[in-house]
Ligand binder design. Structure first.
Ligand SMILES: [Cu+2]
Length: 166
């Protein structure tokens, strides 16, 4: 007959604010540390934290011009990444623009030799800080076409263009 409710719920509500405060503190610490590392400008940081921008893993927006050309822009900066690093097109004409937001680093863009279903020889041999360059090419064979910055290939500056079966 006697009810013993009360201690259980009270104990639970006391615990909640503490948990939340601890969580917020952890978030604050977690975000500031990678930012400081990125601003130091060195190439010594492990590449793991450089994806924090959120764009790196999402596919690039591909737009189709009035003449049917599929247009995509990849951004490079003072890190060793293409932003984003993957995009998908259908068979047909592609216009790829490489836009540099770097202040110091020079990059390039080429499809990795012998790795795609078909060779694409168009390339951007060199792109200085703040520059922009565009190449036009046609794709027909579906599949994954790896591309790279050959200057920073060893540092993992690679990506993939996927051509759908159409
Ligand atoms: Cu590069």
């Amino acid at each position: 007959m006697a009810t013993t409710s009360g201690t259980g719920p009270l104990g639970a509500t006391v615990g909640l604010p503490l948990t939340r405060r601890g969580f917020l503190a952890a978030v604050a610490l977690g975000t500031s540390a990678p930012l400081l590392g990125a601003c130091s400008g060195g190439g010594d940081e492990p590449a793991g934290s450089s994806v924090s921008g959120g764009n790196a893993s999402s596919p690039a927006a591909v737009t189709t011009a009035a003449d049917g050309t599929q247009e995509v822009t990849l951004v490079v900066n003072d890190d060793f990444v293409f932003l984003p690093k993957a995009f998908t097109v259908a068979p047909g004409p592609v216009r790829l623009t490489l836009s540099s937001e770097a202040t110091q680093m020079t990059h390039n863009f080429l499809f990795s030799a012998g790795q795609g279903p078909a060779a694409i020889t168009e390339e951007i041999p060199i792109l200085g800080p703040g520059d922009e360059a565009t190449i036009d090419f046609d794709v027909t064979a579906p599949g994954d076409y790896p591309f790279e910055c050959s200057f920073h290939l060893a540092l993992g500056q690679v990506g993939t263009m996927t051509v759908t079966p159409g």
